[in-house]
Design a binder for this molecule. Structure first.
Ligand code: SF4
Length: 462
């Protein structure tokens, strides 16, 4: 889908906008839209709904804004819109038309989620509708300096005040004090993202009835290939609470990255200076890096993790259920759903001993063991456990008959509290060595779970 302002066939221009008209005053844009499709009663929307940016002075307290928004000034109507039908109807609509529809429907109860990257296109589209609009952003505390500068530039360029959402200080403190500043490199990014992004987002969305995202199908083949232009949010609740209380609009779902850039260039929109350093997708500084020409943009995010499941939790609904269960596999997240709890067991080998709760309790209690044991505490749905399955089974085969026993103990579900308290379980998988003459098990300290590394660990302790 071309977005070039010079191309008469572009979807953007299908709505009868020329580049000259796009730069026309906002009210002109509104009039154009009214001629085509906007109901008459929304014509005066800008006089009914005031944007937050217009109401707030920078010196006012804005802390409660996005979390506990004032009552909407739009008419209080309860709708039972069929969003699947609407998404099909709008599948061919231009981003501008979708944006206009979203702002028209939700007025002050909708806001654009702005990440500080090329989703600035959403703000430009919102401006072009001529309607008032709100923008919020998640300040995780770990963004690049360039992104903070970009936020400031955007506020000034559009004359708006971005509603920043911050993580809970107590939660961040607990995370950093217990696990350090870079725990995401060791046990996955979900826990940190949950504290710094997902919970602040949840608070922001509780003050809204709808939100607008810059998700595109081409951003992540693994998780975003099927996103519709509008949907009932599958993961979060809006201000009315409950399933279905929040609508999610994805106006650029069908637009390709290069067309977004054509649009930004054509409209002379300011962009994050990190883009000129090779960054495409931009998130937190420690978890984002530039990509090489030809690399997929999501390869620059959480590059140490599985490329198919790169969501930080903001768009978790994109991930299929079984993948969610695996993403929770860092041991710090929510337990898997009932369905995922029935996943096939792993580490199945005749050389491996499956320990029951009483079995591992006995092993831990012994002060003089006849033979040393290596035991993995695991959850079958955990992708880190799955990733080490092959090497662990191979290790068990190598150690068969050597005098070192190799075992496994499933430590999720109701065993998790015990394993955390008595067996040093921090995250899955945890590998313990029970020496022959020492009562306490020794925890394997490394993330390297290949056969040679594990064998070196055993040899060092035997
Ligand atoms: Fe933490 Fe990285 Fe997620 Fe940012 S992207 S919240 S630093 S894990």
């Amino acid at each position: 889908m071309a977005l070039s302002a010079s191309s008469p066939s572009s979807s953007f221009l299908r709505g009868s906008f020329s580049s000259h008209e796009l730069k026309a005053p906002w009210i002109h844009s509104v009039r154009l839209l009214d001629q085509r499709s906007v109901p008459r009663d929304s014509y005066c929307r800008k006089f009914i709904v005031k944007p937050i940016s217009a109401e707030q002075k920078r010196s006012d307290s804005v802390v409660p804004l996005a979390a506990t928004l004032v009552a909407p000034e739009v008419e209080d109507r309860i709708e039972t819109e069929d969003y699947e039908k609407l998404a099909k109807e709008m599948e061919q609509a231009s981003p501008l038309e979708i944006m206009d529809k979203a702002l028209e429907k939700f007025g002050n109860d909708i806001a654009i989620a702005f990440s500080g990257a090329e989703d600035v296109a959403l703000i430009e589209y919102a401006k072009l509708t001529g309607r008032p609009f709100r923008v919020f952003s998640l300040d995780t505390g770990r963004l690049n300096p360039e992104t903070y500068q970009f936020f400031d530039t955007i506020e000034k360029h559009y004359g708006i005040q971005i509603e920043y959402m911050f993580p809970d200080a107590v939660e961040v403190q607990a995370l950093v004090r217990s696990k350090g500043l870079f725990s995401f490199y060791e046990d996955g990014h979900q826990e940190c993202c949950r504290v710094r992004k997902v919970r602040p987002l949840r608070r922001a969305l509780k003050g809204l009835r709808a939100w607008i995202t810059g998700q595109r199908k081409d951003q992540s083949p693994g998780t975003r290939a099927e996103i519709p232009v509008v949907q009932v949010d599958p993961s979060f609740e809006g201000m009315d609470g409950g399933v279905g209380s929040l609508t999610k609009w994805n106006p650029v779902a069908n637009v390709e990255g290069r067309d977004i850039w054509n649009f930004l260039r054509a409209m002379n929109v300011p962009v994050n200076s990190l883009h000129s350093q090779g960054y495409i997708s931009i998130g937190c500084e420690p978890c984002t890096r530039s990509v090489l020409p030809g690399q997929h943009e999501r390869e620059g995010r959480w590059w140490w993790e599985d490329s198919k499941a790169k969501e930080c939790g903001l768009h978790k609904g994109n991930i299929k259920q079984e993948e969610v269960a695996q993403l929770n596999g860092n041991g710090n997240g929510a337990e898997p759903t009932n369905e995922s709890a029935t996943v096939t067991d792993i580490f199945n080998s005749q050389n491996l001993v499956t320990l029951s709760r009483s079995g591992i309790e006995n092993l831990a209690r012994l002060e003089n063991r006849r033979e040393p044991w290596l035991v993995v505490l695991y959850a079958p749905w955990c992708r880190f456990c799955q990733a080490m399955e092959e090497s662990y089974v191979e290790l068990a085969e190598k150690l068969a008959g050597s005098g070192v026993k190799v075992g496994k103990f499933r430590a999720d579900g109701e065993q998790k509290a015990y394993a955390k308290q008595e067996l040093q379980l921090g995250s899955f998988p945890t590998i313990l060595f029970f020496p022959r003459h020492v009562a306490s098990p020794i925890k394997y300290p490394s993330e390297n779970r290949d056969v040679d590394s594990l064998m070196a660990f055993i040899n060092a302790l035997q």
